[in-house]
Design a protein around this ligand. Structure first.
Ligand SMILES: C[C@H]1O[C@@H](n2cnc3c(N)ncnc32)[C@H](O)[C@@H]1O
Ligand SMILES: [Zn+2]
Length: 431
């Protein structure tokens, strides 16, 4: 049990003036009580956190990452997507092994937790090593194995077989405490055959899990699909039935025709907006204000550390809250509450979580901020600061009712060892 006393609860992004000081009780992994400050009787044996001069917010949820790619930070800057992937990233990824993946995931979990992220939706390889690291860190996640067959039948068969093993591992991991969840991850329309996409869709339906896919990131890939199929990517996948009856998290969605935006609406597709990756790779800027007007569910992601190059979701929040205002020459688009909802409750909905808000009955996935931080002063306007000014350095993080960061220090891992292993992994990758 954890009792948090006299803390400012940031549970209303729309009406900041309604946020007030409260006491919170956490039992097992659930928020069981929220009452006025001073009202909570501390149950015997509870850990007590004094929330004076602190605020608590829902932990952030990153809906698009490649977490082991922390090891790739800085390896291939200033290149466009296809050159970056084909000539730099994929050749290096051919050299990955379990140890590199474990080291990269540990570093990624540490970075996310220290910047207020409690959960992430990932697509990568060597899923067993990722599971091992995430279990150590006690992070929540939805993991998918990146399916790529490049339309080669033999490769398709090995991918289908590999996917089966991955789902078995994920199911076992999920059964421990529910922290780890499974998704299917066909990489993108330009790397997957129609058969592989349909196979992934069937699996998602059968297991009742989401699909995680890169969509319409660059004009170049859209041209490729149009040449091959006569259709734009969303039209092509829709014709295959790939969006039916499942939650789809479509990363990027930078360049869409009106008809494709209609497909987003009709099929209730969740957009994972990755503004910093799109800016760095020169891919473009997604029309987020249009999506918001159309009531499309928008969430936020960082993408991997070779295209961002960090996992601090507060930076993506600020980018999202500012870049669209500049592009549209309209400072009223993408409001503070909208962007904060993207990183919390919209993401929770996309991934079928019970978090993203601070309410009785919800998972205790929470972040405590020290109000004595220059980027949070004046404290009165703290909700605005979360979108526009906060540097992301958080004090304490609770995931699934467990304290994983305490006064800025990881409780689940030896930080120095994680840094050392990550440096070693980098040398193994590039040499
Ligand atoms: C899961 C696979 O996705 C690749 N990957 C990482 N970032 C991006 C991106 N922005 N667009 C497409 N693919 C990406 C990884 O490098 C890996 O090969
Ligand atoms: Zn990606």
């Amino acid at each position: 049990m954890i009792a948090i006393k006299n803390i400012l609860v940031l549970n209303n992004f729309e009406e900041p003036q309604k946020c007030k000081k409260s006491d919170i009780l956490i039992e097992n992994n659930i928020i069981t009580k929220i009452c006025d400050a001073g009202q909570l009787k501390t149950p015997e044996g509870a850990i007590v956190i004094d929330g004076t001069k602190k605020a608590i917010m829902p932990g952030l949820i990153n809906t698009h990452s490649h977490i082991p790619m922390t090891i790739f930070r800085g390896v291939a800057d200033d290149l466009p997507l296809m050159d970056w992937l084909g000539n730099h990233i994929w050749p290096l990824e051919a050299k990955l092994d379990e140890e590199i993946i474990y080291a990269g995931t540990m570093l990624g979990c540490m970075e996310m937790i220290k910047t207020g992220t409690v959960a992430f939706n990932d697509m990568y390889f060597f899923t067993d090593s990722i599971i091992k690291a995430v279990e150590t860190a006690n992070m929540r996640c939805t993991l998918s194995y990146g399916l790529i067959d490049l339309c080669n039948e033999e490769k398709r068969q090995t991918e289908v077989k590999a996917q089966k093993d991955v789902l078995n591992s994920l199911e076992k991991a999920h059964n421990k405490n529910g922290l780890i969840n499974a998704a299917v991850g066909p990489h993108a329309p330009y790397t997957c055959s129609a058969d592989l996409l349909q196979h992934a869709h069937e699996l998602a339906k059968e297991h009742n899990i989401p699909m995680n896919i890169h969509m319409n990131e660059t004009e170049d890939e859209i041209r490729q699909i149009k040449e091959k199929t006569g259709l734009r990517p969303f039209e092509f996948l829709n014709s295959l039935g790939v969006f039916d009856d499942i939650n789809v998290v479509a990363a990027h969605c930078v360049h869409l025709s009106d008809n494709e935006i209609n497909i987003l609406k009709e099929k209730n597709i969740y957009v994972s907006h990755n503004p910093l990756s799109n800016l760095k790779l020169g891919s473009g800027i997604a029309p987020i204000p249009t999506y918001l007007k159309d009531n499309i569910n928008v969430t936020l992601g960082t993408d991997g550390c070779a295209s961002n190059n960090n996992l601090n979701l507060f930076e993506s929040i600020k980018a999202c809250a500012t870049v669209h205002k500049g592009v549209q020459q309209d400072s009223t688009v993408v409001k503070v509450s909208e962007v904060l909802n993207m990183a919390t409750k919209n993401a929770s909905k996309a991934l079928n979580y019970n978090s993203g808000e601070i309410k009785e009955g919800m998972w205790a996935d929470l972040v405590i901020l020290d109000l004595k931080n220059p980027t949070l002063i004046p404290n009165k306007n703290i909700i605005s600061h979360l979108a526009y000014s906060f540097n992301g350095v958080v004090e304490t993080v609770i995931i699934n009712g467990k304290i994983v960061l305490e006064n800025g220090k990881m409780t689940t891992m030896d930080e120095d060892k994680v840094y050392e292993k990550a440096e070693e992994a980098y040398l193994n990758l590039v040499n």
